[in-house]
Design a protein around this ligand. Sequence first.
Ligand SMILES: C[S@@+](CC[C@H](N)C(=O)[O-])C[C@H]1O[C@@H](n2cnc3c(N)ncnc32)[C@H](O)[C@@H]1O
Length: 365
Amino acid sequence: MGKVEIVLNSLPMSGGDGPNSYSKNSHFQRRAASLLKDAIDKLIMEKLDAKTLISDSNTTICIADLGCATGPNTFFLVDDIIKSIETTLESNSLKTKQPEFLVFFNDLPQNDFNTLFTSLPQDRSYFAVGVPGSFYGRVLPESSVHIVVTVGATHWLSSVPKEVLDKSSKAWNKGKVHYANAAEEVVKAYKEQFGRDMEKFLEARAKELVSGGLLVVGMCGIPKGMSFSNLSDSIMYTSMADVLIQMQFQGLISEEQVDTFNIPIYSASPEEVRILVETNGSFTVESMELMDPTAWLKREMTMEDVRQWMLCIEATMGSLFNNHFGEHLLDDIFDRLTAKLVGLTEKIESSYREKVMLFFALKRK
Ligand SMILES: C[S@@+](CC[C@H](N)C(=O)[O-])C[C@H]1O[C@@H](n2cnc3c(N)ncnc32)[C@H](O)[C@@H]1O
């Protein structure tokens, strides 16, 4: 196994199960993930050959959730997958031998695996294993897993693109925290970093999945050719930069700190992922589509929705801010950001929020 460099050691979600934890503030992700349920069901029933799962010599079905965080979303996801598999086996009359399920829960080593394991459902129907490590490298043995799933994780790049932090580069991202509304060179640096990361991700999964196994991914997406500045997340990132600059003017943080803070998240189009999959060559594309993660919100966005959204963002990205600016400033940063965005509710409501979740499923050749 090659050495895996973990550049983002401050990434893991807020641990524990307190009021600001990821486990208590991940319902936006949960709602988005529940949209994937039907797609995953259909996929398992239609595309997963039951004989790939179970044979005379093997009755253990292995599933991995990469970037599982601290729960509980991962438990719902895994349960749904197991139920779909059981239905598939039943309808193929292959359930004569009772299969056993083994689930690999993967996240970065700094993830709060204690919270994950102490909250594992008591009545679960699987054995659970923790697999710490970056999914941009190998995390499982060769041909050891039948289904790999990852939700809300692969838009996190392995690191901030280095050009973005280089004062002498055209991609130097001064006064901004993301490629939203940034120079073309910054967008390009993020895109290229995503390409390199996804290449490594696919290479590792190609080794780990059995032939016929499925790789299912839900992540941030964007229609081909659309500028990120049309998206509601762009309003958030631009407001984050505004808040930080305001705090810099008030002497709370330095200019250097603002200029070197970037959030390593990238939204990919289906077309760019398809090209990367074709270049990798180990998978067939079974599904590739953009979904609407706000489909559950059948009414106009309210100020309260914006507040809830910011609680999720703080639980998800808080440690990046803590590491860079210090824990003592986190509440101040997020109070300012929430107040600013609440004032922009109408603008957020009219921004593009529809097809921004990319769902794709690949089958190992
Ligand atoms: C927003 S959370 C999503 C968690 C969960 N899948 C859900 O739907 O609630 C993203 C997770 O991906 C993990 N992650 C990001 N990059 C990773 C990497 N390179 N390797 C493993 N996990 C990673 C983060 O630590 C975090 O726990």
